[in-house]
Design a protein around this ligand. Structure first.
Ligand SMILES: Cc1ncc(COP(=O)(O)O)c(C=O)c1O
Length: 475
């Protein structure tokens, strides 16, 4: 179907029109994604039309081979960079990006440890059969119950986020008759996002202890027989494209690390995650090998200056491993040209929205959208892909270009939705959450079942309660 209003007027686009509105930029789409002879998008050897017919839309699709390759490549990059400065590295997959039992097993099989930040994520990792010793447990407000459970399960490390937690975890370990390994999360004052980092004396955020308190809290940790202090931890932000912010943060942390190392060995330094990916063609993160080498060089240099042995290194990437492995498929319901200053913006509404991808509404994230079941030679039109929710901020792709004949029934694919989409999904407007399908070698299988309206109603305790006259509340 054509848009009801012809549009040739220029519009104020942040992104220029692409040379080919059917094109699949290799650094944005899952590695190996291509179009078949009928113009259909193929991911993991399965075409989008088949996926939509079999599983419906909206649909999260994850290419298992791509996820595994990215995990293995990340591990190799950090291990080899660490080896070049005479140490070793552990890579934790940050489960908050996207965790299911299948994904936890892929990561485990590729030799990664797992970082969890709630009791729920811990439960998924344990249910997947991840060895507890290979789990790091984060969180700025872990409940005593969560801490007890983590200690009893034998998690490898707990990352302490505040002074109060030092005593809580020490008590839990003492109750369990264990010595719990811990790291201390420090707020280094470095905050990074994409191309830039900010280095300030303090960072006004909830995570970690202030850099100036790190040595004192480190000493407090050491005063507990039930705790073993491994070292300092810092996570500086997200979608970071190069090593500079990590290098600055490592430098700051190593000053505190050196003070603590003057008293007793500090075996480890954890520099967190946050490595960026390409959401659009314009995004150009450095290869992970280059970033790993840059960080390692900065660590080695700072250790030399502070005269401390180079510690073991640890990292916690989430997005950079799983983000590019995922796409989301949607079906177009309506298209609508809306007059705006200088031209027209075409609203293309799909059958999902902010309940399956909150990032655009939450952070103003950019995405790339393409027709998934066909190509078209029509000239590109600037579009905004909107969801179906009762909220004007319900936008999936704020701005991209699609062939002008996009219309109802078209299948759309949004790239790089593997991280922080499923994990931030909600039931807003009582929309059931879509299934997750893993594709590999031409086969597709459900790894997380989609919700139904019956699932939504199953938790509604009012369903069987027809006593409308009751004015009291019974416990
Ligand atoms: C402590 C910590 N580690 C790792 C990550 C993962 O970050 P990313 O997915 O950007 O690599 C986060 C994200 O918020 C985090 O808070």
């Amino acid at each position: 179907m054509r848009f009801p209003v012809a549009s040739s007027a220029p519009v104020p686009a942040r992104r220029g029109a692409p040379r080919d509105a059917n094109g699949l930029a290799a650094h944005v789409w899952p590695e190996g994604a291509h179009r078949d002879a009928q113009g259909r998008l193929v991911v993991g050897g399965v075409d989008a039309t088949t996926l939509a017919e079999r599983f419906g839309t909206p649909l999260y699709v994850v290419d298992e081979r791509v996820a595994r390759r990215r995990a293995a490549r990340t591990r190799a990059a950090f291990e080899s960079a660490a080896a070049s400065i005479g140490t070793s590295a552990t890579v934790y997959y940050a489960g908050k990006a996207f965790l299911s039992t299948a994904i936890a097993r892929w990561m485990r099989d590729e030799g990664l440890a797992i970082d969890v930040c709630t009791g729920g994520e811990l439960a998924v990792a344990l249910a997947a059969g991840v060895e507890p010793a290979r789990i790091g447990f984060h969180g700025n407000n872990k409940s005593v119950r969560e801490i007890d459970r983590a200690v009893e399960a034998g998690v490898g490390t707990i990352i302490l986020d505040s002074e109060i937690e030092v005593g809580r975890v020490a008590d839990a370990a003492a109750r369990a008759g264990r010595v719990q390994r811990v790291r201390l999360r420090v707020n280094s004052g470095v905050h990074a996002s994409t191309h830039e980092f900010l280095a300030t004396a303090h960072e006004d955020q909830k995570f970690g202890v202030a850099l100036g308190d790190a040595v004192r809290v480190g000493r407090a940790i050491r005063s507990h027989d039930s705790l073993e202090f491994l070292g300092l931890h810092c996570h500086i932000g997200s979608q970071i494209f190069d090593a500079a912010g990590f290098a600055e943060s490592a430098e700051r942390l190593l000053a505190a690390h050196a003070e603590l190392a003057a008293v007793a060995p500090v075996p480890e330094l954890n520099l967190g995650g946050g490595f960026g990916i390409a959401y659009t063609e314009a995004d150009d993160p450095r290869p992970i090998e280059v970033i790993a080498e840059g960080i390692a060089a900065a660590v080695a240099e700072a250790c030399g200056r502070h005269a401390v042995p180079v510690p073991r290194l640890a990292f916690e990437p989430g997005r950079s491993i799983i983000g590019p492995a995922g796409i989301t498929l949607y079906t177009v319901g309506t298209v609508k040209p809306v007059p705006i200053e200088g031209g027209w913006r075409h609203y293309v509404s799909v059958d999902g929205g902010m309940s399956d991808n909150l990032r655009t509404a939450l952070y103003g994230a950019d995405y790339t959208v393409r027709l998934a079941a066909r190509t078209s030679d029509e000239r590109p039109s600037l579009v905004r892909v909107a969801g179906k929710h009762c909220e004007s901020g319900d936008i999936v792709v704020d701005e991209d270009w699609l062939p002008h004949d996009v219309g109802p029934g078209d299948l759309l694919a949004v790239a790089a939705t593997g991280a922080y989409c499923w994990s931030l999904a909600s039931n807003y407007n009582h929309v059931p959450r879509p299934p997750v399908v893993a594709v590999a070698d031409g086969r597709a299988r459900v790894i997380v079942r989609g919700e139904t309206e019956a699932d939504l109603l199953a938790r509604d305790a009012g369903l069987d309660d027809h006593d409308d006259d009751a004015d009291g509340v019974t416990a």
